[in-house]
Design a protein around this ligand. Sequence first.
Ligand code: PAF
Length: 283
Amino acid sequence: MIIVETIQALSKELKPLRNKIIGFVPTMGYLHEGHLSLIRRARQECDIVVMSIFVNPLQFGPNEDLDRYPRDFKRDSALAEQAGVDILFHPSAEEMYPTPNLTEVSVTQVSERLCGASRPGHFTGVATVVTKLFHMVMPDRAYFGLKDAQQVAVIQQMVHDLNFPITIVPCETVREPDGLAMSSRNVYLTKEERQQALILSKSLLAAKDGLTTGRWSTAEEVRDFVYQQISTQPLARIDYVEVLTYPSLQPIQKLTNQQIIVAVAVRFGQTRLIDNILCCGKE
Ligand code: PAF
């Protein structure tokens, strides 16, 4: 595996490989099994696998966890190599943003609800850095985890609207054996918070069961069920519980056979966790 830190070095490595299928896995590091599953999928489907590790300041709000976001480059590079990365791009903030960034990529509508509403500017930061990374890597395929289902919808919309010649490959959420969705932020949780956080996957799974057995006829009933389940945990502070169409992320009332997302964001202490399930409103 080759590690490069500059855009110029990355271009130099990629230049002789332009006739190959290039797969790209953009990450912010602190790799877990979810990231590794993206690398493995890219490894199966592409000739060359490029991964980036860059904690992007543009997508963090002023009171968010940019400074304390977990980092361990040594461990990450060993894991990336084992999982099959060929080129690891690890730029500094100065390399990515040498001058103040005056150009933004912002995707309307799909960015507006869920995390877009609770984290103003977040998806503009994501779409902007992903655009820059796409231009630097010029991949054929790019791999994103569905734990961040809204991010996938935003990137897909952007790629469609701006004609990026890239196939976006959404990949299933990877969970701990007890159901907790893998996230670099899980390391912030205390033992008690982590135990109570299991309510997210439990309530979403129960919602999916209810949806497949036709228990509810409106989105509001599903939302109320999940909200009540999460509220049983004393440490849980709910940011949102929403049931929307997917990937358009618009409100619905009556459940139909259209694909929906049940998405939650919940704080446990200092840690904000998100999780979701995708399914048909009616089977
Ligand atoms: O999902 C992430 O880790 C980040 O949002 C991404 C896509 C790497 C952009 O910084």
